[in-house]
Design a protein. Structure first.
Length: 238
């Protein structure tokens, strides 16, 4: 019995040492993986900035969207690059902000040539026409109350090779002038769209001058920048 007890105690001790050893190794590997993931994040976010700054150096102005510098757009409106989903906010031809939330859940921001993390991030002051943009977004938002067939005319093939700035993987094959209506038949918004297959589907994007009308009779104007035969057609918002 005494020998059996010693053998059992021996195996318990060996097992304990093995378990402790495995825990130490796992902790080391976990720390290594976390450090490696963090290093990759820092490298990838700097590559985002390099692309933006390179575009500005070549063209003399910032890109209108990240699609212009090769980043894929997500369904939520942000952009994706090697595990980072980020937002791009352009103030003018020289100033911009890039924001993303790290895998650790920390809001991270690039502004004034440096990266910062919350709570030290800059509170962004929106452009002076933010009220107009808010009104346009409210008017153009599709809701059930506005489920009225639009008026479509001037349909033609896209001979001018027009391509709105956005998440396009090819050049739209057609263009048209479209008017969206309120339920009472008055115009809600109107302008040119470029599209594939169906002018009312999700792949129809505005380009050029659009007008938006609220139900109080106010008209809001916005120019949606686009490319024509590869050349950027650009106009600042008023």
């Amino acid at each position: 019995m005494k020998l059996s007890g010693k053998i059992i105690a021996y195996f318990i001790a060996v097992g304990f040492v093995l378990v402790v050893g495995l825990i130490i190794i796992a902790s080391y590997l976990m720390g290594y993986n976390v450090a490696g993931r963090r290093d990759r994040e820092l490298e990838n976010r700097d590559k985002i900035i390099e692309r933006i700054d390179s575009f500005r150096s070549v063209n003399g102005h910032l890109p209108e969207s990240m699609s212009e510098v090769g980043f894929k757009q997500t369904g939520g409106g942000g952009y994706y690059y090697n595990g980072i989903i980020f937002d791009y906010i352009k103030f003018n031809d020289k100033e911009y902000v890039v924001e993303y939330t790290s895998e650790d859940g920390v809001l991270t921001q690039y502004h004034e040539h440096r990266w910062t993390e919350e709570p030290d991030i800059c509170l962004i002051e929106m452009p002076v026409n933010t009220d107009t943009i808010a009104a346009i977004n409210r008017i153009s938002k599709f809701e059930q109350d506005y489920n009225v067939p639009p008026l479509i005319d001037s349909i033609s093939f896209n001979k001018s090779r027009i391509c709105p700035i956005g998440d396009y993987t090819g050049q739209p094959d057609s263009i048209a002038y479209i008017r969206y209506l309120y339920k009472d038949g008055s115009i809600r918004c109107e302008g040119w769209i470029a599209y594939f297959d169906d002018p009312e589907d999700d792949f129809s994007n505005q380009f050029g001058e659009w007008k938006y009308y609220d139900q109080e009779g106010n008209c809001y104007r916005k120019f949606w920048n686009y490319k024509q035969k590869g050349k950027l057609i650009y106009e600042t918002d008023r």
